[in-house]
Design a protein around this ligand. Sequence first.
Ligand code: SF4
Length: 211
Amino acid sequence: MKTATSKPGEIMHTVIPVMESFLTLQGEGYHTGRLAYFIRTGGCDVGCHWCDVKESWEAASHVGMTVDEILEAVKKVEADRIVITGGEPLMYDMDVLTMALKGGNKKTHLETSGVYPLSGEWDWICFSPKKFKEAKEEFYRKSDELKVVIYHESDLAWADRQADKMHGEALLFLQPEWSRKDRIMPLIVEHIKSNPRWRVSLQTHKYLDIP
Ligand code: SF4
């Protein structure tokens, strides 16, 4: 793996571990169905026991890419939206990468658990806090979308407490954890009937087998 550098003048050579990148349709949340180029960074220390990308957790097991190399990959695809997901992307400073993407007229979208300080210039922030590690307060003020994954019935009350902390314009989504969706989905439906500020988010890419 290449080593990160922050020497002046070499910032475009700052290295971000990338587990995978691919052109697909956004499967979840507000932008469901939109074409997007996903860049999944390696590294996450939140430790969700139901995580569906546990292979992303170890940063050192993923190839380090410079910002220049990531931009070269982006140039090869026809997508106006770039979704930076993880892992936890904010383990890395996203300022240079996102400014370069926006300079190339790309929309920058972030998917984050919010446990690291916010960096980068974003057109859309999807904030998905987790019970397992406390999120930074700034995400409740700055995110466009709150997405809470529901695994246990008790997660619904926790989700309500997260929503209470969000600013008034934020969109609120409840999403069943995939392995328990058949059991959890009816609970989410009942919850939304009495709490209509929420919407449901489904992992449509998994239902439709879209990679
Ligand atoms: S925050 Fe995301 S990537 Fe990290 S463990 Fe949880 S679900 Fe997995």
